[in-house]
Design a binder for this molecule. Structure first.
Ligand SMILES: [Zn+2]
Length: 318
C-alpha cells in the first residue's frame, strides 16, 4: 500500500493552510542506496487535469502490483492545490504562474515559498515526470518537451515514455524559472509531458502515458517485471521542423480536420468565420506537410492567436 503524507504546509493569511500531499510506494527501499526514486508530478497548473488521471491509474496499478516494486515511487497529483480547487491555472490571490517562480525562496511571497518547498520535497529523486495538459486553448498529442541543453541526458529517457513526439527546443530565459529546469539543475532527470487539453480528461492518453511510465520504471530498475509490450517510439523533432499556424484576423476558428492527422502542404486546416455577417474571413492553410500535433480547442481567436502546430519531417533533404 502507498503511504499518504502531507509533505508541505504553509499557513495562509485567510486562516487556511496550503498543503501538498503525496502517496509513496516502496518506502521499505528508503535505506537501500542502490534503489532509485521517481517523482510523478501533476497540477503545477491548476487547470490541467490529465496528470491527475495518470496519477490515479498509476496508484491503482501499484496497489495491485506491490510485489514488483524495487524502488521508491512518489505520486504528487496536485502541486498547485489551491488552483485545482478553484479551477485556476495560476496561484489564486497572487495570479502568478507557479511554473515561472522556480526555484523559489523561503523568504519571498507565497508562490515562491511553494516552489521552494516543492524542490526541497523532491530533492534526491533520480527522476521526475511533470505532467501538463496544455491549457484550455490548445490540444496536444502526448509529447515530451526538452530544452536543447538537456538533450543528451533526457532524450533517451523520453524515448521510453510511449509518447508520440519528442520536441527539443532552444531554451529561452523564461524556461529557467520552471520546475523542470530547477530539478534538472539539482540532478533530478526531469521530463515535461504535455498532452490533451486544459480542464478535460482524455482517457486514452492517460493509459498511453501509464504504459510509458511503467516502461521507464522497468528500464531503470524501479519495477522488476517484463517491460510492457508495443511501446511506441516517438517522432524526434531534430529530423524536421515545426511550423506555426497563427490567426490572421479575429473571429471564430472552425477546424476542418481532426487533431493529430498527417496532412499535406496546402491542406485547409480550418476557417476563421464571422458569426455576425456570416462571412468566412480566412482560410487557414498548412504551410508544410506533416503531423498536426497541436490544434486549437477554444474557438474564439484574435489576430496572432495560435491555431496549430505542424511537425514536418525533412530528413530526406538533409
Ligand atoms: Zn502546464
Amino acid at each position: 500500500m502507498g503511504i499518504i503524507e502531507e509533505v508541505f504546509t504553509i499557513e495562509l493569511p485567510v486562516g487556511e493552510n496550503f498543503r501538498i500531499q503525496r502517496c509513496r510506494y516502496g518506502s521499505e527501499f528508503i535505506e537501500d542506496k542502490k534503489a532509485k526514486r521517481i517523482s510523478i508530478v501533476s497540477g503545477i497548473h491548476g487547470d490541467e487535469l490529465e496528470g491527475q488521471y495518470v496519477c490515479f491509474l498509476l496508484g491503482e496499478w501499484l496497489r495491485n502490483n506491490t510485489n514488483k516494486i524495487r524502488g521508491i515511487i512518489d505520486i504528487y497529483p496536485a502541486i498547485n492545490s489551491l488552483g485545482i480547487d478553484s479551477i485556476t491555472r495560476s496561484v489564486p490571490f497572487y495570479d502568478v504562474d507557479l511554473n515561472r517562480t522556480f526555484p523559489g525562496s523561503k523568504n519571498d511571497f507565497l508562490p515562491a515559498q511553494i516552489a521552494s518547498g516543492v524542490v526541497d520535497v523532491m530533492r534526491g529523486s533520480d527522476f521526475a515526470i511533470d505532467i501538463h495538459s496544455s491549457n484550455v486553448f490548445l490540444r496536444e498529442i502526448p509529447q515530451v518537451r526538452i530544452a536543447k541543453s538537456q538533450e543528451e541526458t533526457l532524450v533517451p529517457l523520453a524515448n521510453l515514455l510511449n509518447i508520440d513526439f519528442v520536441w527539443v527546443h532552444d531554451a529561452v530565459t523564461v524556461l529557467e524559472s520552471t520546475f523542470a529546469h530547477a530539478m534538472n539543475t539539482i540532478g533530478t532527470k526531469t521530463l515535461v509531458v504535455e498532452m490533451g487539453v486544459g480542464m478535460r480528461l482524455g482517457y486514452a492518453y492517460g493509459h498511453q502515458l501509464l504504459k510509458g511510465i511503467l516502461n521507464l520504471m522497468v528500464h531503470e530498475g524501479i519495477l522488476e517485471m517484463e517491460p510492457p509490450k508495443e511501446v511506441r517510439f516517438p517522432i524526434q523533432s531534430h529530423v524536421g521542423e515545426v511550423a506555426y499556424l497563427n490567426a490572421c484576423c479575429p473571429g471564430l476558428f472552425v477546424p476542418a480536420i481532426e487533431h493529430c492527422q498527417v496532412i499535406e502542404q496546402g491542406t485547409v486546416v480550418g476557417h476563421i468565420v464571422d458569426p455576425l455577417s456570416g462571412i468566412s474571413k480566412a482560410e487557414v492553410i498548412a504551410p508544410i506537410g506533416g503531423i498536426l500535433f497541436t490544434l486549437r480547442a477554444y474557438p474564439i481567436v484574435y489576430e496572432g492567436s495560435l491555431l496549430g502546430r505542424i511537425f514536418g519531417s525533412n530528413k530526406e533533404e538533409k
